[in-house]
Design a protein around this ligand. Structure first.
Ligand code: MG
Length: 468
């Protein structure tokens, strides 16, 4: 007994003078430096989760997060395709400000010379300055040249593919065939660990499983220090690959199999957090990078009640499922206020008591008040819809004013400007079917004015996507 008391005194003394590291659960800065896990899926639609009304695909783990946390139903990405959307998420700035949008190219390709400029500050770089350990598992798509890799952008660890899983296609296989009857060898996509290629072609049917294993290992390794983990799934971007354990299981076909595997992955991550005693110190955010790629029909997802899809700026292209989970921190509920992936950096910085740099324009708002329930109203009341560098629509409150019509995946020069803008009340008309512009000229004027104001804040920069 005496010996036990003596050991206890030594441990308490060591803790008091900072020799011993307390376990994370008792970490004194658990409140001021919580962990963050940002799960980002690729081309998953608004209507592809049980909790968002999908009648066929089973997603019990994500549904549980939505029930225990917050489900946002008016949550937007920064752009309707991968590269600019990811740039907006990680920098908290519209892609037009960093040059991560293009007129000739909509996304970065394996031979692209550009990438996210090193002057940009990612969530990882920002949190790392505050002592966070940072990791990315999954798809990057912000520059595949060595100087643009995640390890140059504040991430301590990287495991994943540098761009989309349909790139580096073998020339002899036509695109549609490669997508509809995919084989690993059709796509010579590399798998990287930090800056080294460890597999080529990446074996895609085990990617979700291996990403999950990597994510769980990252959580376990970092249980005693604050961490930020960005888990950017390669799926459900086509070509669709599921592990044998999931293949053929969903009634929704291979697309459903892939989503159900991602749901399993979410369950594994939450289980790892609970096992390590980190669930009360960690925020988990689940969100998609843009709408579903509907041109691939059953191989693409669903935008549910929304009109539009990946590649355009109707609601289906840019409004995505977004779930925030943090037991005892996030007040459970459905949030119908407006939010955006542009707000993630600002919100994480606020929750981690980290100051934002003052030398640049941020497009994000701090959603902390809504997350904790101290505030009903979101600080975000507007959204600017960009299609590459064109501002094509604006939303304020329930009203959306659209200046262009555009088909899926149109290039900027294929956009057609409407003779007169169309106005929708999205709260009453989620499918953008009833134009009320003629009835409300005062709203048309007010929203047009917002655009003019916003334009003044945009300084033109070189497009990284169009660098020849
Ligand atoms: Mg995408």
């Amino acid at each position: 007994m005496k010996r036990v008391l003596m050991i206890r005194s030594i441990v308490l003394f060591a803790l008091a003078i900072g020799i011993a590291q307390p376990s994370f659960a008792q970490r004194k800065d658990g409140a001021t430096r919580p962990n963050f896990i940002l799960i980002f899926t690729d081309d998953q639609g608004y209507g592809d989760l049980g909790t968002y009304g999908n009648p066929t695909i089973k997603t019990p783990n994500i549904d549980r997060l939505a029930l225990e946390g917050q489900k946002w139903t008016n949550f937007y990405v920064a752009a309707n395709v991968c590269t600019p959307s990811r740039a907006g998420l990680l920098t908290g700035r519209l892609p037009i400000r960093s040059g991560m949008q293009g007129e000739k190219k909509r996304v970065l390709f394996p031979d692209s010379k550009g990438g996210l400029p090193l002057s940009e500050i990612t969530i990882a770089k920002l949190l790392k300055q505050n002592g966070y350990h940072t990791g990315i598992v999954g798809k990057w798509h912000l520059g595949s040249r060595p100087e643009f890799l995640p390890t140059k952008h504040g991430f301590d660890y990287y495991y994943g593919i540098p761009y989309s899983n349909d790139m580096d296609r073998v020339d002899s296989i036509p695109y549609v065939e490669a997508i509809t009857q995919p084989k690993n060898e059709y796509f010579q996509v590399p798998l990287l660990q930090n800056e080294v290629v460890i597999e080529k072609p990446a074996i895609q049917n085990t990617l979700t499983e291996r990403y999950t294993k990597e994510a769980v290992e990252f959580i376990t390794k970092n249980k005693e220090n604050p961490f930020f983990l960005y888990l950017a799934h390669s799926m459900p971007h086509v070509p669709l690959f599921a592990n044998d354990k999931f293949k053929g299981k969903s009634a929704r076909g291979i697309y459903g199999d892939v989503i159900e595997e991602i749901d399993w992955s979410v369950g594994e991550i939450v289980a790892a957090l609970k096992k390590q005693g980190l669930d009360k110190n960690t925020y988990v955010v689940f969100v998609s990078d843009n709408g579903p790629w509907k041109i691939f029909k059953d191989l693409g997802g669903s935008s549910g009640p929304l009109y539009g899809a990946k590649g355009n700026s109707y609601e289906g292209g840019v409004r995505v499922p977004a779930v925030f989970w943090g037991p005892e921190r996030v007040k459970p509920g459905q949030i119908t206020e407006i939010g955006s992936t542009l707000d993630v950096l600002t919100t994480f910085a606020s929750l981690a008591h980290t100051e934002l740099p003052k030398d640049r324009v941020y497009d994000g708002y701090d959603l902390t008040g809504v997350l904790t329930g101290t505030q009903q109203k979101s600080p975000r009341d507007e959204m600017f819809y960009y299609h590459a560098s064109q501002l094509v629509a604006v939303r304020k409150g329930p009203y959306k004013l659209s200046f262009y019509s555009n088909s899926e995946f149109a290039y900027p020069d294929q956009l057609s400007r409407l003779e007169r803008p169309k106005l929708y009340n999205l709260n009453e008309d989620i499918g953008e079917a009833n134009d009320i512009a003629e009835k409300h000229p005062e709203l048309v004027k007010e929203l047009s004015g917002l655009i003019e104001e916003h334009r003044k804040s945009v300084v033109p920069v070189v497009s990284q996507l169009d660098i020849p």
